[in-house]
Design a protein around this ligand. Sequence first.
Ligand SMILES: [Zn+2]
Length: 332
Amino acid sequence: MDKLPTPTTLLEAVTYFSDPARADAYIVSRRWPNGVACPRPDCGSASVQAIKTRRIWRCKDCGRNFSAKTNSIFEHSPIPFTKWLPALWLLANTKNGTSSHELARALGVTQKTAWFMLHRVREAMKDEKPGMFEGEIEADETFVGGRRRATMRTELGHKKMKHGPFEGKTTVFGMVERGRPSRVKAMVVPNHKRSSLMPHIRANVLPGSAIYTDALRSYRTLPNEGYAHAFIDHMVTYCEGRVHTNSIENFWSCFKRTLHGTYIAPRAFHLDAYVDEQVFRFNAREDDDAGRFVSVLKNADGRRLTFEALRTANADLRIGQRGPIHRPRASQ
Ligand SMILES: [Zn+2]
């Protein structure tokens, strides 16, 4: 079966995917361009039999039934592709993200359902195999959330907050590889100490590269790690020739606009997902809407995120907790 063509605009996408049979056929043609195969990771057999009346297949090898949703971010979702595909289109392409309230109104689902759908789509925006950065890299950290208050309510009553710019905030670390186009990587880290930042630099930047940072002491050992390091002291100036962190600062300002403008007050625990979402759109910014949509859809395969995982994640959250913060990984 040949891949069916992808719509090019939101209007076309909504119209095209509004027919359940066509939305299903589109997904099937994209997921299995060489013919339907069993999607279970331990099987993968191409020997399958369609059960036409229910839009499912039976695998002749492992004997299990499956649908186009099996072993993907859509697994066990009662929401039809007629709603999933426009949701995916919106999140992939709206510059400042899409809130669960907006999506709920647009699709006619509850806000809770929309919230869960968006988190599943973000799962597919995660870049699981990004290449190493090299050349000129800007590295920087930023702090988000946690309004400064004298006291915070906890389960045990009121707790006095310590003062200071980082108290109650979550630290996000990011790197931009300069080039055409530049690329970004970012992740939630426990704090801005050297021991929290260095492993991410080692894992993502090839030795021999030049790294530009601000004057934070955590970066001072970069030359010992095999990198050329130059820093700019923001108390003095913001740019000295090629030594500046303007690109990563630009990414932070887009990220914060999305967070504060669209998502208002996301839980610290879920921040990783919003970081992934912003990184995806930044790195795909030269692609067109259809291209971004197809990229997310490709990653939908083989990834899962259960409501239970997200809910349990919430239960573990302590107010004012700064980390380590880990998001549940997609289960197999
Ligand atoms: Zn099978």
